[in-house]
Design a protein around this ligand. Structure first.
Ligand code: FMN
Length: 215
């Protein structure tokens, strides 16, 4: 079915599908272990090049974390950080936290560490001169597009941030100007749901967008 015209007008059917894509995108922590076709994965990665970025700086650097040694270092990093995070909670909240599955590091066939190159001269400093953090936000924008693209192919992504970023950079021998933005586990999800897992498990509630304040 045709979804767009040459003038970039999107159809109602496309809008409905896009809405459903956003509803079905999930942060995935339960993966099947079967592999992902490399050509399919390369197609998904192309979405990075379509993302907006401050000054067209495209500051993302993507590391495919493949070796057993590197993955073991990330797993150990997560376990330490997660134990530390757990110790910050008490009572029922601690009990609930301890039961959450907060990463799919062991099962996910693909691990990507996505960095922001803070020293990149691409974009000639436009916008990033006044607000350097915009480089990192650009990387977040790109990850978001990638996330949705993966989902259109049935693939899932889980974003892992319970990590010591400095230790990860050391362990993976990452250049010092690269700041970790997202450690991403990718693979085929075990299930498909319309609601966040953290909501289903009673950790937090998803709210509608608040109305903008007028000033
Ligand atoms: C920047 C970012 C970091 C995240 N880090 C983690 C994480 O460390 N562990 C985890 O279980 N989920 C993490 N998540 C996933 C959120 O918990 C999830 O997006 C939220 O619960 C809503 O669920 P949904 O993405 O399925 O809609 C992260 C999400 C974002 C956007």
């Amino acid at each position: 079915m045709k979804t767009t015209s040459r003038t970039g007008q999107f159809t109602r059917a496309f809008r409905d599908d896009f809405q459903m894509l956003m509803r079905l995108r999930r942060d995935v922590r339960h993966f099947r272990t079967d592999p992902v076709d490399p050509d399919l994965f390369a197609t998904c990665l192309d979405s990075f090049s379509l993302a907006p970025s401050v000054g067209l700086s495209q500051p993302w650097q993507i590391v495919d974390v493949k070796s057993d040694k590197a993955r073991a270092a990330v797993q150990a990093n997560f376990e330490t950080a997660n134990a530390q995070a757990l110790s910050g909670y008490t009572g029922d909240t601690a009990k609930l936290y301890a039961g959450l599955k907060l990463a799919g590091l062991r099962e996910a066939p693909i691990h990507l560490a996505v960095f922001c190159d803070e020293a990149s001269e691409k974009g000639k400093g436009l916008g990033a001169g006044t607000m350097p953090e915009m480089r990192r936000y650009s990387v977040v924008c790109a990850i978001m597009q990638f996330w949705l693209t993966l989902r259109t192919h049935g693939l899932g992504l889980g974003w892992v941030s319970i990590l010591d970023a400095a230790r990860l950079n050391d362990d993976l021998d990452i250049p010092k100007d690269w700041a970790l933005v997202g450690y991403l586990c990718i693979g085929w999800p075990q299930t498909q749901t319309l609601d966040p897992e953290l909501e289903q498990l009673g950790w937090e509630e998803r709210l509608p967008c608040p109305l903008p304040e007028i000033r």
